[in-house]
Design a protein around this ligand. Sequence first.
Ligand code: GLA
Length: 726
Amino acid sequence: MIEFSQRMQTFHLTNGQISYLLKIEDHQYLSHLYFGPAVKDYSGHFSYPRQARSFSPSPAAYPRHDFSLDTVMLEYPAGNDDFRVPAITLRHPDGSRVSDFRYDSYQITKGKPDLAGLPHTYVTDDNDCETLCLTLKDALSGLRLHLFYTIFAQQDVISRHVVLHNDGANTCTIEKIASLNLDFPNQPMDLIHLPGGWAKERMVVREPVTTGIKLLDSKRGASSSQQNPAVILTAKETTETLGDAYGLTLVYSGNHEITVEKDQYDQTRATIGINSFGFDWQLAPGASFTAPEALLAYSDQGLNGLSRQFHQVINQHLIPQRYQKMDRPILVNNWEGTYFDFNDEKILAIAKEAQALGIEMFVLDDGWFGHRDSDNSSLGDWFEYPGKLKNGLVALAQEIKALGLQFGLWFEPEMISEDSELFRAHPDWRLQVPGRQPASGRQQFVLDFSRQEVRDEIFRQMTAVLDQLPIDYIKWDMNRNMTDVFSAVLPANQQGEVAHRYILGLYELIDRLTKRYPTILFESCSGGGARFDCGLLYYMPQTWTSDDTDAGERMKIQYGTSLIYPQSTMGAHVSAVPNHQVGRNTSLLTRGNVAMGGLLGYELDLTQLSTEEKSEIKEQVAFYKEHRQLLQYGDFYRLVSPFDDNLVAWQFISRDQKESIVFFAQQYAQPNPPLRVLKLQGLNPDLTYQINDQEIAGDELMQIGFYLPIDLHGDFDSRLVVLKAK
Ligand code: GLA
């Protein structure tokens, strides 16, 4: 899959679907040639026009007289005489920031190396991918840079990461180290990104790439709901179904930085990596630094095609192997049902209703530990005081298990309340700058997870609970942004390392816990969906998508999330009306239909429901179970975007194309509404499908489509339609 041409001095990575080409130029600089649909036999004709140098005042250090780094597409730029956004910035002991990395050697291997302490894609069969490692050297400093590229055989995805070694005699400071740089030739492009906020995560924004630099980032200590660590670049004409789409995402859960720059020649450069803001890292002689993995995907079948590449690589090469294709349980969570106001009876009453409705798991959310009756205390005290649960947590869990339900529990391990035993014992364990009052968020503070002893104590407390419990699931929450980023145990010149060391510490603790409890299903959460990223998905195969459980809002949130992340990663719950976040009433039908677009769950007090509502939920649960593999793991196609239209539609298709489920809804009711035709996708044109009481050929459904029923009534009315091949 990876070839080096001695004659052309080029590397060609291809899986037959995509090609990635780069070249060793004169003076051993690495230029980027191409990324896109596969080219079979690259001839070498495409190369940097050297005459460009004579038209341009861009400098070129001797002896690069016919070659300016400022004009050529580069593989991993280091700045200096390339004035565009650099991928790497180093401060050398003499204070200079000039580095000059030149190509040294390469290695091609089957399979894929692990990334020490960082989440990453993996293969179980080395034939599923091939890896190119390019070694570059900066002669003066003795720094050695490894650029890794892994191309997957079955997915049109290349994973990349970077390792910097210090073979020199002096400590150097890393100020920026991106995981990926990608230069595009002059062509009009659009940028699609996923900004948002609490309860409105991953809204879809599409805009033209214009001259200058667009910075998309998070400085919040988490991948954030404000800006998901992923972008898509497309041709102007690209739609959901057609056209070039290039996707970049970071396998990381902390501060990230994405830049998109259009340069003086209208070439576009994209970089993605750890945020350089507030970051620097001391690289001592003999030490190495690994920058997180980034994933690069391509499709010529528009955004849906690109999403399928990401969905497949996440489902098959990122989430823990054990959960691949595994039926995810339908759960009930008590948070919106009770908040902190619960006791054993209330919980058991909800669990009994859940069991009668066919729900499979009960999740006890916030409030079971310490003196936690509101959000102002007890984080850091992961043990019970007698009282709230009369017979204690273990007895409650056993009773729930005896009903035939699985049992799950909420933790927020990274946090500390001032009103806690832990804080009284260790007031210096939170992130804070000595002498300054740290900012409080939701009346809580962030533990310094860069410190081993802090993580060890949380591990000790959590395992003391978990070792006694019959437990199947953990919801791992993280409810505030990181501020006052300072660690009591690091010297002044290493304080720029804290945010990244925190994330490394977080991964280390999660790794320890998931290895110790391999059968516990973990779901990550962060004040809703503020840490929906490929980093946590490596350990925890599902994520709570948003604290906004309103079905109308969720159509947009789940639609945006699906651009990168598969539906098998998205927690989605039916909650009560009027909705607690926006006060809107939507039908139980629509709440169920929308939640089935992700991992179906319920989050309301089931004991308060009418008999009719209970029987409707029973039907939803039975329907979901019947179609669970299709809904959770089928190919997902977005059909109509709620960001562009009053209508929203999406579709699930089984791999063998024999079964499909279509979801559609109107957002706002309209008088005298337009007659709408919906065209399906991904069906087999040669098969005939049973749809309602009709039999219709796949090609007709895709090319001609069908009129949507005119009986959609009221705001956010929706339908699910099942198609089965004859
Ligand atoms: C966060 C989560 C919610 C719930 C609460 C509990 O907001 O997103 O689902 O767990 O915390 O405090």
